[in-house]
Design a binder for this molecule. Sequence first.
Ligand code: ATP
Length: 255
Amino acid sequence: MLQVQDLRVIYNRVVRVLDGISFEVPAGRMVALLGANGAGKSTALKAVSGMLRSDGGAVASGRVLLEGRTVTGYSAVRMVRLGVMHVMEGRFLFPDLTVKENLEMGAYSQKDRRRIAKDLAQWLEFFPRLAERRSTPAGYLSGGEQQMLAIARALMSRPRMVLLDEPSMGLSPLLVREVFRIIRQIQQSQGLAFLLVEQNVKLALEIASYGYVLEQGCIRIEGTSDELKQNKHLQDFYLGINGNGTDRCQQAAPQ
Ligand code: ATP
């Protein structure tokens, strides 16, 4: 569904952050983009969703294809119209609006009131915590609940693909598990495509079927989740299994 080919991204006309990365997300699948702080994961998502421009970034070369159509450099508004929703770190909710109102805002492009009400009921079923707090202003929610609301609000727009940036960010281990369990349920039951950016490699590999490891702007390793779990470099540097490792790009030899 999504193909990114040899993408180079620069910030402020000079700083090169992505150095020719390529990856794919097939329809209905969950693919993880993994890597340490500052590797360029969020930048890759922004390059796809059209959010780079507002950050002073630009695609210097390479292509982004959505279902075979070139969408490189499209604005965020155009990408949303094409069904690509980006749930960003920081969440960007409307704190004074209730949970229900935030969800309705997510459906702003939909016209059919009955369909909106049906979607709302469906997503509240997936997120029972939000159902309990539907009349609470978003600003009063816990971090985990806000993360759930941000995801549910994106889903209200009936996307075909969701770009999820660090859903585990700032959440307790218990809540992270709950959020990931719900994401998996949604992906499996709705057949939606997800591109998941995560620093929590272990959890990401539990719900994604395929992953790419980004280091210093390059894709160093890719494979199915099972292959990645067995990969010595991942075990050393991200999964903490062998208890050693540094962070240097050039040491990242694929197995
Ligand atoms: P994190 O998990 O910490 O968000 P990341 O892998 O998502 O890391 P990015 O946020 O994409 O990494 O950042 C990659 C590099 O690009 C970093 O060195 C960062 O400082 C730089 N960068 C990000 N945004 C900008 C910007 N607006 N202007 C200049 N440099 C930026």
